[in-house]
Ligand binder design. Structure first.
Ligand code: IPM
Ligand code: MN
Length: 350
């Protein structure tokens, strides 16, 4: 199995190293063979070859079984480029093309939950190939001497149906509850979203469905996380709600993601490149390591290997090791590399 590894910018390389260490450990443990190819993306690629996603990298991605991406973008330097050439659009959105379903599990290990607060365990399905990010018409114009800018939010029925099916299927494997989040009181796209999800739901009579407006869903996620199992939502709402999920999971450094539905899945932690903490060995590698678990499960269909990696992460957390962002009383603070080493040790010995 061939995995392309794109460490990218900022803390991308540090956390990717830990995830690749976990991949090698699980390969040893379960007698699997992975071929990994490391390539530049983002500023790493602009500095080397003048483009955030050079054609040879894009080509290599097509020829592998799964793509692991660390993080791209460096806010200070991004501003020097037009939007279309910045790593976010030129690399990230380009790599996401075709992978219309972005899975973002929000999971707080029970041992990290505050007493009296239920631990979150939900799975966000964020639509990734349409909506306002990809609407087509966008840009700036001058009308009567006034500068204005516009983006277009657009959804078609098939675009909603295909992700809704995946979300309902996931709900069947979980607690059989699905919350579809929209702004159907205002937006035309949301009205179509709600109607279409309602139609798809008829095929899954065992799953209970709730439609909730995004402004009411956000506080409910915080106040009653136990009421959420699978969340299904469009691109921009999913972007915002998943960062809110980072609060529920203790840190953005805890959230993995998987983008699937296309020919080759793309797997990246939900956090960004965090240049302010790069090179200090303090970044939380849990999101990246759990992302590697998602790559094993969804990208390579290796459920048991994914389970081994997740269990190892849980074992290290349960043993009381924490990076600084999730440090708590009575725990042992460790750096990025040491956390990765502890996960490898767990995989090797349990
Ligand atoms: C994310 C990020 C990206 C997004 C940015 C970097 C384009 O915030 O993965 O959530 O908005 O999708
Ligand atoms: Mn985001």
């Amino acid at each position: 199995m061939k995995v392309v590894v794109l460490p990218g910018d900022g803390i991308g390389a540090e956390v990717t190293n830990q995830a690749v260490k976990a991949l090698r450990a699980v390969a040893r443990r379960m007698e699997l063979t992975f071929e990994t190819t490391e390539l530049p993306v983002g500023w790493a690629a602009i500095d080397e070859c003048g483009q955030a996603l050079p054609p040879f990298v894009r080509q290599a991605c097509r020829q592998h079984d799964a793509i692991f991406l660390g993080a791209v973008g460096l806010p200070d330097r991004d501003q020097t480029l037009p939007q279309e050439q910045r790593p976010e659009r030129a690399a990230l959105l380009a790599l996401r093309e075709g992978n219309f379903a972005n899975l973002r599990p929000i999971w707080l290990p029970p041992c990290m939950a505050q007493p009296g607060h239920p631990a979150a365990d939900m799975l966000i399905f964020r639509e990734l190939n349409a909506g306002i990010y990809m609407g087509g018409d966008r840009g700036r114009r001058r009308t009567d001497g006034v500068v204005e800018a516009f983006d277009t939010m657009r959804y078609s029925v098939p675009e909603i149906e295909r992700i809704a099916h995946l979300a309902f299927e996931a709900a069947m494997e979980r607690r059989k509850h699905l919350c579809s989040i929209d702004k159907a009181n205002i937006l035309a796209t949301s009205a179509l979203w709600r109607e279409t999800v309602e139609g798809v739901s008829a095929r899954y009579p065992e799953v209970s469905v709730r439609h909730q407006l995004v402004d009411s869903a956000a506080p409910a996620m915080v106040q009653h996380p136990e009421q959420f199992d699978v969340l299904l939502t469009e691109n921009l709402f999913g972007d915002i709600l998943s960062d809110l999920g980072g609060v529920l999971a203790g840190s953005l450094g805890m959230l993995p993601t998987a983008s699937i539905g296309g020919d080759v899945g793309l797997f990246e932690p939900a956090h960004g490149s965090a240049p302010d903490i790069m090179g200090q060995d303090i970044a939380n590698p849990i999101a990246a390591i759990l992302t590697m678990a998602m790559l094993l499960e969804y990208g390579l269909d290796l459920g048991p290997a994914a389970h081994t990696v997740r269990n190892a992460v849980l074992g290290v957390i349960e043993a009381g090791y924490r990076t600084v962002d999730i440090m708590a009383d009575g725990c042992t603070q460790v750096g990025t590399t040491q956390f990765g080493d502890l996960v490898v040790e767990q995989i090797d010995t349990t």
